[in-house]
Design a protein around this ligand. Sequence first.
Ligand code: UDX
Length: 451
Amino acid sequence: MEVQLRIAMIGGGYVGLVSGTCFAEFGTDVAIVETNPDRLSALREGRIPIYEPGLDRLVAENVTAGRLTFGDDMAAAIRGADAVFLAVGTPSRRGDGQADTSYVYAAVEQIARVAEGYTVIVTKSTVPVGTGREIARIVRATRPDLDFDVASNPEFLREGNAIADFMRPDRVIIGTDQSKPGGTQRAQDILRKLYRPLYLLETPMVFTGLETAELIKYSANSFLAMKITFINEIADLCEKVGADVIDVARSIGLDGRIGKKFLHPSPGFGGSCFPKDTRALTAIGRNAGSPVRLIETTVAVNEARMQAMAQRIIAFAGGDVSGLTIGVLGLTFKPETDDMREAASITILDQLDRAGAHIRAFDPAGMQTARTVLPQSVIYCSDAVEVAEGADIVVVLTEWNEFRSLSPYKLKNRMKGRKIADLRNIWDPQAIREAGFDYISLGRPDTGRQP
Ligand code: UDX
């Protein structure tokens, strides 16, 4: 019988918790190391500190099966582990936009000190190109005697869909130091074994170099962010020339070389990855003397777009929102998450607040965090209809499913005004206009008219 694999996952945050739990579901013994005491006690009590559909059940099942444990003792978790995964945070550094790798390197030093026997150290966090090599240098300096390999295994999870993304990925990327004398077959074999359940799905596995794997993650995220930004600019153009962005997106997407996904216009992309990774890729490019100008532009266009969206709402209101009531549906950076990081709502609501608007808002999952990042004056409502109470304008910022099925008449009954700005194109313009609304959305005919 084959020996059960054991791994340690350093960091019980979003990536660590999801991938650790999914590895356990694959049959591996997983020890998640979390040093934040509040987070650790929540996890130990079966409370999941992030909003991810299905994760609580999967964690509970694997804890019960004895395959998943949580602790803060790094040495205990690492002892006897076939691989140690790094899933600690790499936030954007203030100023230069580079990813801050200090948590990664601090963890590596600790790992090197306590590791016993051959160890594969794997980065799952998104780390700048060159991090894997620096990790190897740190380990060699800390423990010259240790037999180890470094690997890069970037994660492509989407919030709200993370379990399915892990269990049925488009591909698995494994980067190892291909220049290492003697090769890295041993590390590759361990990682191949860990992902064995995916063989049934015929998931492509790409074995490549360390720097390549690191760059793949930034390239994938930046490309998607660029694709969204492209359709956002085409949506603006559609409004000017009377074209329909929905048909443009669908039609270009039918070309297999382009693909239909990530062509939905929006008030700007946000979240924990795209803004951070696009900024980091531009920094990597500049530092390497090979600027990635398309992504530099993507970053600038996306930031300007959020400001422009606030101005569009103000223009729609007649040029002045001072004293007006604006009802906002959706605050998170996308649906099915409680995450507010870099959400368009932050910039837009800040501008509307400064312009003197009274803001009423509702989000199915994000209001707790929203209170800490949005203007103090925002009034939080218990549902979508309450948002409309006395509102001059209702604005859609996140496309939660429950908003799609909302009757415009229910909103109308509560509203003072008759204006809807739908910045996620969730409603049918004709139906909304028939209900008696003045309606703008993104890139659809007659939606760009200034009042
Ligand atoms: C993203 C990547 O998809 C994932 O592979 C990576 O591991 C982490 O970053 P995530 O940030 O969870 O995942 O969300 P995603 O669904 O990709 O959306 C990111 C942002 O783009 C959101 O603000 C979303 O509203 C926006 N978006 C997405 C659009 O504006 N239009 C689209 O067509 C798609």
